[in-house]
Write a protein of this length. Structure first.
Length: 258
C-alpha cells in the first residue's frame, strides 16, 4: 500500500487556501436553498463561484462524473448527479463541494434542510453531524485511524442509525483521493498511526434505517435499499503536533483542536 503523505509547511498553506475556498462555496450555495430550486441551478452556482475564484471543481469529469458538485437528496446517500429535480419543502439535501486551487484539492460537504424540516430529516441530520464531530475529536498524533471509525460507529449505534461501509474518507492533497482510506467504523487502537502533517477527510454517511445501499443505473447515485433517509457531513482535517486543525471550518467551531 502506498505510504500516507506527510505534507510540508508550504503544502499545508496551499491546502488551507483550497479548503477555505471549498467552504466558502458551500456557504454561498446554502443561501440559495429553497423550495423550487433545481439541483442543476445549485451546480451552476458552485461551478461559476469556483471559476470566479481562479479554481476549478474537482468532481467535474473525475472518473467520468458529469457535474461540478454532488447533490444527494433524501434517500440518496452520495454521488447524486445535479439535474432538473426541483427541491421541495421537507427535503434534505447533501451538497458536496471540492475545489482545486493552485494544484491542491479542498473537500467539504453538509446536509441541509429545505423549507420546513421534517422530524425524520431533523433526526438524521443531527445524528450525522454528531458522528462527524466525534470522529474529528478522535484525531490526535499517536492515535490511530481505527479510533476515528470506532467513535463514529458508537454514536450511530447509540441513536439506532447505521453507518454506510462501502464509502469512506480519504487522504487529500495534490490528488483528489490519496491514502489512506478513512473508515467510519472500526476498532480503537487499530489501523495506521496518526502523525502530524497528515491531511484527510472524515465524511460519515449515516442512514436512518439499515446500512444497505445500491447504485442507480446512472452508475453514480447511491441510495438506501430500504428508502430510509441518509445524511452526511464532511471536513478536511490536518493532524497537528498537539491535535487537529479543521481546514474547512469557516466558523471556528473546532478551534479547540488540541
Amino acid at each position: 500500500m502506498p505510504a500516507i503523505k506527510i505534507k510540508t509547511t508550504e503544502e499545508i498553506e496551499s491546502m488551507r487556501a483550497s479548503c477555505r475556498l471549498a467552504a466558502l462555496c458551500l456557504k454561498m450555495v446554502e443561501s440559495h436553498l429553497q423550495p423550487g430550486v433545481t439541483t442543476q441551478q445549485l451546480n451552476d452556482l458552485c461551478h461559476h463561484f469556483l471559476l470566479d475564484h481562479h479554481a476549478r471543481p474537482s468532481p467535474l469529469n473525475y472518473r467520468g462524473f458529469p457535474k461540478s458538485i454532488c447533490t444527494s437528496v433524501n434517500q440518496q446517500v452520495c454521488h447524486g448527479i445535479p439535474g432538473p429535480r426541483a427541491l421541495r419543502s421537507g427535503d434534505i439535501i447533501n451538497i458536496d463541494v471540492t475545489a482545486h486551487l493552485n494544484g491542491f484539492h479542498g473537500d467539504t460537504n453538509k446536509t441541509f434542510h429545505v423549507g420546513i424540516p421534517s422530524p425524520k430529516g431533523e433526526r438524521i441530520i443531527q445524528v450525522a453531524k454528531k458522528c462527524l464531530d466525534v470522529g474529528i475529536r478522535a484525531v490526535r498524533p499517536k492515535g490511530f485511524f481505527g479510533d476515528i471509525g470506532a467513535a463514529i460507529q458508537a454514536v450511530a449505534s447509540q441513536y439506532n442509525c447505521s453507518v454506510v461501509r462501502e464509502y469512506c474518507g480519504h487522504g487529500i492533497g495534490r490528488d483528489f483521493h490519496e491514502e489512506p482510506a478513512v473508515l467510519h467504523y472500526g476498532i480503537p487502537g487499530t489501523g495506521a498511526e496518526l502523525k502530524p502533517g497528515m491531511i484527510f477527510t472524515i465524511e460519515p454517511m449515516i442512514n436512518l434505517g439499515k446500512p444497505d445501499i445500491r447504485v442507480l443505473p446512472d452508475k453514480w447515485t447511491v441510495v438506501t435499499k430500504d428508502h430510509s433517509l441518509s445524511a452526511q457531513f464532511e471536513h478536511t482535517i490536518l493532524v497537528t503536533p498537539t491535535g487537529f486543525e479543521v481546514l474547512t471550518d469557516l466558523d471556528g467551531e473546532y478551534l479547540n483542536g488540541s
